[in-house]
Design a protein around this ligand. Structure first.
Ligand SMILES: [Fe+2]
Ligand SMILES: [Fe+2]
Length: 360
């Protein structure tokens, strides 16, 4: 499954603007992944068998089977009356969330298809089922505005990034847990401030985030099958993924000011809150957390954000000046990343039993 280049004429499908947005390859856009499926298939879950069976039984019972359907709680949405700035950022939010959900669906489905290990196949069939529902539900919201993403086209047109299985564990574990933390933090905030709920989809976030929580639990157990995955040189990889995932979220969220203003959410507060929850949860399996309260943390995040704004402006400028601008912004971004990466971590003693229940 190597990079496939989009050829709109060859496929003969109509490609709308949101599909184009979802197909774009930028540092910040959600990606599609592929991995060494045979290596993954060789995982032996014996060391975590008891917890594994309990988790899989919960997934099999399918607690959210009827959840992703519009009902009377789905209020009419006034897309035309929405402030144009908010509309653009909200669409961006929905498209990138839909792409991220669908990316999980595609990867998990492929693992199930290629696997022969019954434990692995069973897990990935439940997880791809959930992610398909999530992506479909967001796409329904976009469809109401006449701008659904063509997901079938996306599987063909989007580039696939290859990650070794252990990198898939770190990246996917984090994206599931951060997904849980993002959804539940917005849900709790809007529960307290319903006047800011400008779209009904947010009402679905509580049960939704429990799916993401369970998916994260599965990756925690997979990492628990082999102590090497969270020790030695891999500690540096874990720190790298934590830093990359957190800083990507920071930059992406800070580019959506109107969206967060409409939600009544202070972006700095929201991001730090999501990092705090994710860090707390990740103590189940990672031997340290990032020091998000370090005096170096926020200033470096702001430099990272500024570098991305500069990169965007340089791209728009184009030409030689644009090229120099891109180089300069790239160097600033790399320096900011290094500054974040070198903040000393907060050590953590991982518990013998990793299983957690959603607590927020
Ligand atoms: Fe999901
Ligand atoms: Fe998920």
């Amino acid at each position: 499954m190597n990079a496939v280049s989009p050829d709109l004429h060859e496929t003969g499908e109509a490609v709308n603007e949101t599909t184009r947005m979802a197909t774009q390859e930028t540092l910040l856009n959600p990606r599609f992944y592929t991995t060494d499926f045979d290596e993954m298939d060789r995982i032996d879950v014996t060391p975590v068998r008891k917890d594994w069976d309990a988790l899989l039984a919960e997934m099999k019972s399918d607690p959210n089977k009827g959840h992703f359907k519009k009902n009377a709680d789905w209020d009419a949405v006034d897309w035309q009356g929405m402030d144009p700035g908010l509309r653009a950022e909200f669409i961006d939010f929905l498209v990138s969330s839909c792409t991220a959900e669908f990316s999980g669906c595609v990867l998990y489905k492929e693992m199930k298809r290629r696997g022969r290990n019954p434990d692995i196949c069973e897990l990935f069939s439940y997880m791809s089922r959930d992610e398909a529902r999530h992506a479909g539900f967001i796409n329904d919201a976009l469809r109401e505005a006449g701008i659904a993403v063509n997901l079938g086209f996306l599987t063909k047109a989007k580039k696939y990034t290859y990650f070794r299985p252990k990198f898939i564990y770190y990246a996917t574990y984090l994206s599931e847990k951060i997904g849980y933390a993002r959804y539940i933090t917005i849900f709790r905030h809007l529960e307290a401030h319903p006047e800011h709920r400008f779209h009904p989809i947010f009402k679905w976030f509580r049960e939704w985030c429990n799916d993401e929580f369970r998916h994260g639990e599965a990756f925690a157990l997979l990492m628990k099958t082999d102590p090497k995955l969270t020790s030695g040189v891999n500690r540096w990889w874990i720190k790298f993924f934590l830093t990359a995932v957190y800083s990507t979220m920071w930059v992406r969220d800070h580019a959506r000011e109107d969206f967060h203003r409409a939600l009544g959410v202070d972006i700095d507060w929201y991001d730090q809150e999501v990092f705090r929850k994710t860090s707390e949860i990740s103590k189940q399996v990672f031997p340290f957390t990032l020091d998000i309260d370090s005096p170096r943390w926020k200033p470096a995040m702001r430099r990272m954000e500024a570098a991305f704004v500069g990169m965007d402006a340089a791209k728009r400028r184009g030409g030689i000046a644009g090229w120099f601008g891109r180089m300069a912004a790239g160097a600033k971004g790399a320096a900011a990343f290094l500054s974040l990466y070198t903040i000393p971590v907060v050590p953590n003693t991982v518990p013998a039993n990793p299983r957690l229940q959603p607590a927020y």
